[in-house]
Design a protein around this ligand. Structure first.
Ligand code: PEP
Ligand code: MN
Length: 329
């Protein structure tokens, strides 16, 4: 249950007493309890201005609590709200070297885009694969931010380096395998930066949204959901992009949604067509992996686009975005 509490009340003390979370949001203060609470506790009646009852723990993220999609600002660009922006995010799977990430930054900037993504702590399925450059990679991304005036997104693999990633990135990405990591979720709840939360490939929509609720209820209202494919019985594609799930999230949650066809399909050949399908749904962003020389990429080589393919993709999705009233930014 969410309770909007009169502003003159001391919300933190009330939260402790009622085993609730307290947040300040858009000039008001709220208590959030488990959704099993269905009535305003008697002793709070006098100070509650408004209350919301929920069938499950999708609460702050729910359109019942807030009808409009949340606005999230990434540098000069805002997504969500009534912006009708689809943010095209590009960059390599992994930051590999200064020259490589500079070429990527050059690409993004020359296309009039604003947001560069590259992984530095890679959550690989084998310990023998390239694990990322770590802090050195974060510094290279920060250098690209300075040199090209870009915003950078990078992912946190586990809670040991969460503070480092928070310090060096403009948007913190929580990868699919880290979606349940309580240390990461709780650390990201305390920051004042957008968080791109990827759906675990074996997670239900409710588990996905509840992971977002850890961040929202901890006080960070800037959460973006990312659908990146789920595991099904199919093995010819790497994962299965759950567009039905996207329709559900658009209908029932107030969180902006970014789609990642690169990790879903796992192969270059269909990324442009899949991207058109994603954009046609009127989404808040698209995350595409591109590498200056995909053949030698140290991770996800088969799915990364060449820079020429990435440019062509933008040209191909622009009219699709326009046809549904959106603009690629
Ligand atoms: C990535 O974004 O490069 C990545 C590892 O993705 P995911 O967490 O979706 O597997
Ligand atoms: Mn990748």
């Amino acid at each position: 249950m969410i309770l909007k509490i009169k502003n003159q009340e001391k919300i933190e003390q009330l939260a402790e007493k009622h085993q609730a979370f307290s947040i300040h949001y858009k000039g008001s203060q709220y208590l959030i309890t488990s959704s099993s609470v269905k009535e305003v506790p008697e002793e709070l009646e006098r100070i509650v201005e408004e209350s919301w009852v929920f069938p499950n723990d999708m609460q702050l993220s729910s359109r019942e609590f807030q009808k409009e999609t949340r606005e999230v600002k990434i540098g000069e660009v805002t997504i969500g709200g009534n912006t009708n922006h689809t943010l095209l995010i590009g960059g390599p799977c992994s930051v590999e070297s200064l020259s490589q990430i500079r070429e990527s930054a050059e690409l993004i900037s020359s296309m009039g885009l604003t947001t560069l993504r590259g992984g530095c702590y890679k959550p690989r399925t084998s310990p023998y694969s390239f694990q990322g450059l770590g802090l050195e990679g974060l510094k290279l991304l920060a250098q690209m931010r300075e040199e090209y005036g870009l915003r950078v997104i990078t992912e946190v693999r586990d809670a040991t380096h969460v503070d480092e990633v928070i310090e060096h990135s403009d948007v913190v990405q929580i990868g699919a395998k880290a979606m349940y990591d309580q240390g990461i979720l709780r650390a990201c709840a305390k920051i004042n930066k957008p968080v791109l939360l990827k759906r675990g490939f074996g997670s239900t929509l409710q588990e996905f949204v509840q992971a977002a609720e850890f961040i929202l209820s901890g006080g960070n209202d800037q959460v973006i959901l990312c659908e990146r494919g789920i595991r099904t019985f199919e093995t010819n594609t790497r994962f299965t992009l759950d567009l039905c799930g996207v329709a559900y999230l658009q209908e029932f949650t107030n969180l902006p949604i970014i789609l990642d066809p690169s990790h879903a399909l796992g192969y270059r050949y269909g990324i442009e067509r899949l991207s058109k399908a994603c954009v046609a749904m009127g989404v808040d962003g698209l995350l595409i992996e591109a590498h200056p020389n995909p053949a030698v990429a140290k991770s996800d080589a088969s799915q990364q686009l060449s820079h020429e393919q990435f440019r062509n993709l933008k040209t191909a999705i622009e009219p699709v975005a326009e046809s549904v009233g959106y603009k690629i930014v």
